[in-house]
Design a protein around this ligand. Structure first.
Ligand SMILES: [Zn+2]
Length: 597
């Protein structure tokens, strides 16, 4: 710990010296003699090797997301952390420094997703292939054809389990109301040999191709002649039967590790470098299991193996989900006694209890008892709310019950909510009155654009419709001691991981069909990017290490394919990384920058 702190202190001092040198080097302040000396020093490599940065990125529009919203043109990276952040026209470097010319591109801090389910994504059966960026049937066909070309053999399944919706796969690209699944014939055209299975949400509906249809029908799964497979909501469906078959026949330890690496490889293409995983519904290993079910006690193992092999390229924070109905919550009691929170390293560590601490929130549920136990153990609690105020309001909504439960726990263990940064996620229907109550005890809110995929304005008769009320919450945060909020995807079942889609929703209020469903609650691009970066560093209790591009912090950044701050709204959805750096290492190279040393 001490050496870490010392190193950071050293880096910050170096930053001040470095910034002065950089300012001098880019202007005319430096005497020509001094410049010659500096040039000579670099040419002859006289600078001690440990003084030269490992990597320098120059000529960028680097949005640091620091307190002042500073934009710089150059950063240097030493030992996995940012060193100099400034305006060097060409970075100070040594003979072994990798110099990356950004050629004017926009750079942001590595995106932090404070609530998602990447551990589920890394345990998918088959070659899970995200469709969250497909906007037409031809898009699906080209994504699948590319995936098929890389498969090991003709038996390998292409699967897409959640994270997308037919709402944004248009049959007719010029008509956003024509959303549908591809047909069996359209899937066959893209993938003639390998079996395909795709499904949305928790239990479908879904679709397959001819090869998949033949196999699934032999397992008793009903498949329509056009490839459609039925499913909706929770419980046993034709899709969940197919999913059980795929899990039982395709998953093994090696396949899970491969799936983990696929999930990580996808994450870095959309710039998400840190993920706070929120667990799964406990698997029953029956056809009642949906896309969000896994074994909460074993599903982290393939991830931990990939970290142990030093092949992990994203940062993972692990929450433990508990959904007991027993008032005594015996499993939670044992977790609190026998597990450790915030244990691990910069790449992977444990987190809180969440996104459930008990089954349900009603007075009959163990919610309050569980909250008090989590508080007494000094742990952090994260819960979610999907509800809106009821009529009559005497019948409390889930967020009201949760905030009252937090208040009770905080009463028993004074200050724990503020100190451990307890969270309520999603909150589509929260009101100002309840934001204020949560703020009073130091609670926090995690926001998400998950309604983008299938939200609609008729889902509620109570404003603000699809929610969450981004504007109300962000404005509440600007008051003195205002409530902290961060941003998340809640991917990978009911929502995409792609953060740019969530930023589109937060800033436009438009759903996948381009219908305005969250009017009056829009926030700016600057605001939502801040929620996804610096605010989320705070959310993870790692604001000294993550969330901004500042000297001494972990060197996570994303070079974008377009200027996030300037593109038209619809083009926000097309933003991708062209270069992702985690801890100073290039973990994704889209091939558009020249990375030669
Ligand atoms: Zn969730």
């Amino acid at each position: 710990m001490a050496s870490d702190k010392q190193r950071r202190g050293f880096s910050r001092r170096r930053f001040i010296q470095g910034a002065a040198a950089a300012a001098a080097a880019s202007g005319s302040m430096l005497s020509s003699a001094a410049r010659k000396e500096e040039d000579a020093e670099e040419k002859h490599g006289r600078r001690p090797p440990n003084d030269a940065p490992d990597t320098v990125l120059i000529n960028g529009k680097i949005h640091t997301m620091d307190d002042e919203g500073t934009v710089v043109s150059a950063v240097s990276i030493t030992d996995g952390r940012f060193a100099e952040v400034g305006h060097a026209s060409r970075g100070r470097h040594g003979p072994n420094t990798k110099v990356i010319d950004l050629r004017g591109r926009t750079v942001v801090p590595g995106i932090i997703d404070n609530h998602n389910h990447i551990v589920l994504m890394g345990n998918r059966p088959g070659f899970h292939t995200p469709l969250e960026n497909a906007y037409s049937i031809p898009d699906v066909q080209s994504i699948y054809a590319a995936r098929a070309a890389g498969l090991p053999n003709r038996d390998a399944w292409i699967t897409t389990i959640g994270g997308f919706h037919f709402n944004h796969i248009y049959g007719n690209p010029s008509d956003p109301l024509s959303g549908r699944f591809p047909t069996l014939q359209e899937l066959d055209a893209a993938v003639p040999n390998n079996p395909v299975f795709m499904m949305i949400s928790f239990t479908g509906p879904g679709a397959t191709n001819s090869a998949g249809k033949a196999i699934l029908e032999r397992q008793g799964v009903a498949v329509a002649s056009n490839g459609a497979i039925a499913g909706v909501g929770f419980g046993v469906t034709e899709c969940s039967k197919a999913l059980l078959y795929l899990r039982q026949t395709l998953l093994n330890a090696a396949e899970r590790r491969r799936s983990v690496r696929d999930a990580m490889n996808y994450a870095v293409t959309v710039g998400v470098t840190t993920h706070l995983d929120q667990g799964a519904f406990q698997a029953t290993n029956t056809a009642a299991d949906g896309a969000a079910h896994e074994d909460n006690f074993t599903m982290h193992i393939p991830f931990l193996q990939v970290y142990a092999q030093d092949k992990a390229i994203i940062r993972l924070r692990i929450n433990f989900l508990h959904m007991e109905t027993d008032q005594a919550t015996p499993e939670l009691v044992q977790r609190l006694k026998n597990a450790f929170q915030f244990l691990g390293n910069d790449m992977v560590k444990t987190g809180a209890i969440g996104e459930f601490i008990a089954a349900g929130t009603s007075a009959a549920s163990p919610f309050v008892a569980a909250a008090k136990r989590v508080a007494a153990a000094g742990w952090r609690a994260e819960v979610h709310s999907l509800g809106r105020r009821n009529t009559p309001a005497s019948n409390p909504a889930d967020f009201e019950l949760e905030i009252m439960g937090f208040e009770a726990a905080n009463g028993d263990s004074p200050g724990v909510v503020r100190e451990r940064r307890w969270v309520i996620a999603h909150v589509p229907g929260i009101t100002q009155e309840w934001i204020d109550r949560l703020q009073a005890i130091g609670g926090n809110l995690s926001l998400t654009g998950w309604q983008y995929l299938n939200g609609n304005p008729t889902a509620s008769t109570v404003a603000p419709y699809a929610g969450p009320p981004f504007r109300m919450i962000v404005d509440s945060g600007k008051r003195p001691d205002g409530i902290h909020a961060g941003m998340s995807s809640d991917g990978m079942q009911i929502a995409p991981m792609n953060p740019w889609v969530h930023m589109y929703y937060a800033t436009t209020g438009l759903n996948a069909r381009k219908v305005l469903i969250n009017p009056g609650q829009l926030i700016s691009r600057e605001e939502v990017l801040s929620l996804y970066t610096r605010q989320n560093g705070w959310f993870l209790r790692e604001e000294d290490d993550l969330g901004t591009i500042e000297s001494g912090k972990l060197a996570d950044l994303v070079v974008l394919n377009s200027d996030y701050f300037a593109v038209p709204n619809e083009d926000l959805k097309k933003i991708r990384s062209v270069l992702t750096v985690v801890g100073g290492n290039v973990v994704y190279d889209g091939g558009v920058l020249d990375l030669r040393d």
